[in-house]
Design a protein around this ligand. Structure first.
Ligand SMILES: [Zn+2]
Length: 431
């Protein structure tokens, strides 16, 4: 049965589309894009009223893609599953997620990649694109079978959660990645420099008596990897950029014409290390929350596209892993159900344009991961995110679809949120 979304704002920066209008979807495909002032086609008469949605001016954008999610399955299903994680994704406006390989077992062979894809096919609310490990077991020694993994469905390689410590191994991974035309996603961290720390090294860590992680622990590794990207000519994507110096390093690499892209996560442009005060373990992540100046640099980097993408780094943890003394608590927060609203906070503050937000959450992730671009064009698959810019709400993890509740944004008042998510022509989530 066809689906009519009417009275919307059609918004797709990839084709410079921004106008009032309606769309009709039939069997996964956008069949009509009707700009305001044009008559709805005859087929509209045959669409039943429960398949017609008046969006009251809400935005229809190309489907959002989270290029950095931890779905925890296989192995840690008490934290999240492919089913609950993708449910959280669509509730957060995402039509696709790319999942990191640090599961148990690690996604380092075709069998695990195929397992994830078959589970996603069966239980997933949205498309799932597995990211495979660079090294077997994330142990940093030897490379996984890039060709086989790509064949099985891997869209990128990463040892996320830890760096590839050995520069020779990282060089080889970049060189092999060129042969299969798949990007390497680098978790940039100098383990030794970071080893004494549990939060950003600065005024707050001193006050709280907690070990600090200097910005340099991230930037040193970014500089090394940029240098290896230059040497190999390969595509390097830098995960979860957190500080000013790193943004500057990436800006220079891009100015030099290197094949380097980067992402940040909403917490790095929304929170600072002050969020840790009171030993709040929901503000513990790696890399850690930085200073106000760093936060400003991240926003500038996003605004001028030095940082290409916004990804969630959705990292579900059971309460038992967070209700511990700060130093022992697990790193990471959930992010799928707050990311779009936090990005829109930057829009309402005039820090980021709507074009840039859609670019950073849909178009750029698709490009970096070689995924088919979502676009509001007839004949294309209908993966769409519908956003109400004005809807106000208070963040309440009890309403989340994620199995985990570890978010530092509890109680935050936000304006703007996804109200409908359409995956392959089906409204898989309606607020
Ligand atoms: Zn990471």
């Amino acid at each position: 049965m066809p689906l009519l979304l009417k009275n919307a704002r059609l918004f797709d920066p990839s084709i410079k589309l921004d106008c009032p209008g309606s769309i009709i979807i039939e069997k996964e495909i956008i069949t009509h894009v009707i700009k305001k002032g044009h008559d709805l086609p005859d087929i509209t008469e045959y669409i039943p009223s429960d398949k017609q949605f008046d969006l009251n001016g809400a935005i229809i954008a190309p489907g959002f893609i989270d290029m950095h999610t931890h779905l925890r399955e296989p192995g840690e299903e008490h934290k999240e599953t492919i089913k609950t994680g993708t449910h959280a994704a669509v509730a957060g406006g995402f039509t696709s997620v790319a999942c990191m390989p640090n599961t148990i077992p690690v996604n380092d062979c075709a069998a695990v990649t195929e397992y994830i894809l078959s589970k996603a096919e069966k239980y997933g609310f949205c498309d799932v694109f597995p990211i495979a490990a660079i090294t077997p077991g994330l142990k940093g020694k030897g490379l996984t079978e890039f060709g086989e993994l790509k064949e099985a469905g891997a869209v990128a390689f990463s040892d996320d959660g830890r760096p590839v410590k050995n520069p020779e191994m990282m060089r080889r991974s970049l060189e092999y990645s060129k042969l299969v035309d798949v990007p390497i996603i680098s978790h940039c961290e100098d383990i030794e420099l970071a080893s004494n720390g549990v939060m950003h090294e600065g005024r707050v860590s001193t006050k709280l008596g907690l070990g600090g992680i200097p910005c340099a622990a991230e930037t040193i590794m970014i500089l090394r990897d940029i240098s290896l990207a230059r040497l190999s000519g390969a595509r390097l994507h830098i995960a979860h950029v957190s500080n000013a110096e790193s943004v500057e390093a990436i800006r220079r690499a891009k100015a030099d014409g290197l094949n380097v892209t980067a992402e940040t996560a909403p917490h790095y442009f929304t929170l600072t290390h002050e969020a840790v005060e009171g030993y709040n373990t929901n503000a513990k992540m790696n890399p850690p929350l930085r200073t106000f100046k760093d936060m400003q640099s991240i926003i500038e980097g996003l605004s001028d596209s030095t940082i290409d993408a916004i990804a969630t780094d959705h990292a579900p943890h059971h309460a038992d892993d967070k209700q511990l003394e700060f130093a022992r608590a697990a790193n990471g927060i959930i992010g799928l159900e707050t990311a779009v609203s936090l990005a829109l906070k930057c829009f309402h503050n005039s820090d980021l344009s709507l074009e840039r937000i859609v670019d950073a959450m849909s178009l750029k992730p698709a490009k970096i991961l070689n995924l088919p671009t979502c676009s509001i064009k007839t004949g294309l698959k209908a993966n769409l995110t519908v956003i109400d810019l004005e809807s106000r709400f208070i963040v309440n993890p009890l309403e989340f679809k994620s199995k985990s509740k570890n978010t530092p944004f509890i109680g935050m008042k936000l304006k703007g949120r996804p109200i409908m998510t359409i995956v392959k022509g089906k409204p898989v989530w309606i607020l």
